[in-house]
Design a protein around this ligand. Structure first.
Ligand code: LRH
Ligand code: MN
Length: 406
């Protein structure tokens, strides 16, 4: 009798409420791919203060070693995005080889057209054709760099915009933007995706030339199938329903990826899931519902954060874990029961089924996933015990700590 009960028990455990086989859910979680940003390992801050920290990387090589460390302790962060010129090196092949030696790959390549005096009135949208040429040449240079490091993503964000009504022609700036994007698009090899990131405001405060998902999507549709929209979760007006944007872009096949972070007010770039774990869950529920979780679905899951006051590597580890938790909860939503409740028009039951997934404590499940990946079930504790932090603080003395150089 006792065995039968135990059998029943284990039986129950192997099937989640969502009807998904628990092993299937663990297998999906084990294949998750969350890309970390090189710039999160360097010093960053706000316009008020950039706080330095001990052990901060001084070179793109050290940034990649820190990103590889996050992968070693989470198992699901196998690539690192780079930003040019913050990560400029003489030999990009050597940088890619270093990444491989460390067990990661170089992911999205981000051009930087927002930190030179020439870009005061914009880069690719600047009224001055000489400056537009300079900015476009930088985009083309980053296409070449992406080829050299084996990257398949060119990730574009422009600070371009105006601060006062009348300052420039909104329409003419769109024409200039379209021209630069088109020239860059045709320079990309067929296996490269152009990610077009939008942002409602900052550093321009009257209008940004790529302010919202609609403007980004329109440019992508004009460019071609290799151009997709990048959703930075910190780039919307307060109260924006981001999962609605995600569902719409997935439906169009134009969701290229995410820059995950969280915020209480503006583009705070805080740890993803820290300010709004339920919001992150709702986004991942749209992803799971559209079967767009794994790499082959073509959505790039990337973090874009800066850790002004907190230790950077543990913060990245915690952020990756927050995405894993939101994903696991979304995978545990009983999709069949949800469909039934929706078909019955049973509003409360439908909401309850979704909340059931969200209210599930998925930490034991993720601990199991990590054990099956051969890593410590508690990455934060394991990193603290690894001595890596102490080692980099002892070794990285002298030289200039990497930063945004803003
Ligand atoms: C702009 C942004 C963009 C970057 C930068 C580091 O706010 O989100 O993705 O290039 O942050
Ligand atoms: Mn971003």
């Amino acid at each position: 009798m006792r065995e039968r009960e135990e059998e029943m028990e284990t039986e129950v455990e192997t099937r989640t409420r969502s009807g998904r086989d628990t092993a299937q859910v663990r297998a999906l979680l084990a294949r998750q791919h969350i890309e970390t940003p090189s710039w999160a390992y360097g010093n960053s801050g706000t316009r008020f203060k950039v706080f330095g920290q001990r052990g901060v990387p001084r070179t793109p090589y050290e940034k990649i070693s820190d990103a590889a460390t996050v992968h070693r302790f989470t198992g699901v962060a196998p690539s690192v995005a780079i930003h040019i010129p913050w990560d400029a090196v003489d030999d990009y092949g050597k940088l890619a080889a270093h990444a491989r030696d460390e067990g990661v790959t170089i992911g999205a390549v981000n051009p930087n057209t927002f930190q030179e005096d020439d870009y005061r009135l914009g880069s690719v949208c600047n009224p001055d054709p000489r400056i537009r040429r300079k900015a476009t040449d930088h985009l083309l240079e980053c296409v070449e760099i992406a080829k050299q490091v084996g990257s398949h993503h060119l990730s574009l964000w422009f600070a371009d915009g105006t601060n006062y009504p009348g300052q420039d022609s909104i329409r003419a700036r769109q024409d200039r933007l379209a021209e630069a994007l088109a020239e860059t698009y045709v320079a990309m090899p067929d296996d490269m995706t152009m990610l077009v990131e939008y942002k409602l405001f900052e550093p321009s405060f009257y209008q940004m030339d790529l302010p919202d998902w609609g403007t980004s999507l329109l440019h992508c549709l004009h460019l071609g199938p290799q151009a997709k929209v990048l959703v930075d979760t910190g780039h919307h007006a307060p109260g924006t329903n981001i999962e609605m944007i995600v569902a719409t872009l997935l439906r169009e096949g134009r969701l290229g990826g995410f820059h995950f972070n969280s915020r209480f007010y503006a583009d705070d770039d805080l740890m993803v899931g820290a300010a709004d774990p339920f919001g992150l869950f709702r986004i991942m529920h749209e992803i799971v519902s559209a079967d767009a979780l794994l790499q082959e679905a073509g959505v790039a899951f990337m973090l874009d954060q800066c850790h002004n006051i907190e230790a950077k590597i543990p913060a990245q580890i915690r952020s990756v874990m927050n995405v894993q938790e939101a994903t696991a909860k979304a995978l545990l939503v009983d999709a069949d029961e949800l469909a039934r409740a929706r078909a019955d028009g049973d509003v409360l039951r439908a909401n309850a089924v979704l909340m059931d997934g969200y209210d599930t404590d998925v930490r034991p499940l993720l601990a199991q996933v990590r054990e099956e990946l051969g890593i410590d079930p508690d990455p934060v504790r394991a990193y603290a015990a690894s001595g890596y932090q102490q080692r980099i603080e002892d070794e990285r003395v002298g030289g200039a700590a990497a930063g945004w150089g803003a």
